[in-house]
Design a protein around this ligand. Sequence first.
Ligand code: PSU
Ligand code: MN
Length: 301
Amino acid sequence: MTTALNLHEEVASALRDGHPVVALESTILSHGLPAGRNLDVARRLEGVVRDGGAVPATIAVLDGRVVVGLSPAELERVCAPDAGLDKLSLRDLGPAVGLGRSGATTVASTSALAAAAGIGMFATGGLGGVHVGAAQSWDVSADLGVLAKVPTVVVCSGVKSVLDIPATLEVLETNSVPVLGYRTGDFPAFYLRSSGHQVGWRVDDPKQAAAVIDAHRAYADSGVLLANPIPEASEMDKELHDRLLAEGLALVEAQGVHGADVTPVLLEHFHTASGGVSIDANEALVLNNAKLATEVAVALA
Ligand code: PSU
Ligand code: MN
């Protein structure tokens, strides 16, 4: 697999020297945030990682090349309004590379590529999960199955409340993925600090998180979910959130949206209907996750 990865020189040398590296995904940039805002967030994410003493490695597929650690020009390309990138889950990597295509990587593909590159830590916004109505549609994000198989630590703010959260937690359990609440016993729900569902374990500082991750790796090959709630000051108003969610789900239903398009369409509705409030929330939580991932990566190194 190594020959199939193109590591940025800075990332390669950090890995050689045992310096902490934090992986970042590109789907959140190309499909999760509006163009015009995404590049700024992308740069700030990398800045947070650097300020914390680690090397950022944003991952994407460009012209059939898997790139681990984008150059500034490549980051601009991924965030361009006319980038036209496909959303690439792990199943899509072979086709995209084989056909010389370009695309953004999801949590599933970013986790797998990070692991293949030797990067253990990955920060993002929200994990994919079990969709409402999955008993009929079978729509369960590959993010969950991939974390069963790759030892990547994913730092995120839980999953969005557009998903079936208890079912998502069950599938994580089935896949032997420990879910750690960071300074909370509640599983976060992305825009909201609590989903009302409990996590299995709680850690209260980066050292504790590192100790748990280190121990987990001795017994299992699965990933770890470190669930970090959105900062209090940026949490969305619950009523606004619930209204947008109901509207968004109705929209998806009315337009017959399904599969990989569901998450981007729902996010877009939140962003436009909230007048940008959800974009600010999204940015705040993902920056906070990059900061925590860096602290834990430094503690592990
Ligand atoms: N959740 C968000 N924003 C996102 C995503 C999830 O709040 O951008 C993206 C991530 O890349 C995640 C993917 O891996 O959506 C899950 O998509 P699906 O449900 O189609 O597997
Ligand atoms: Mn899906």
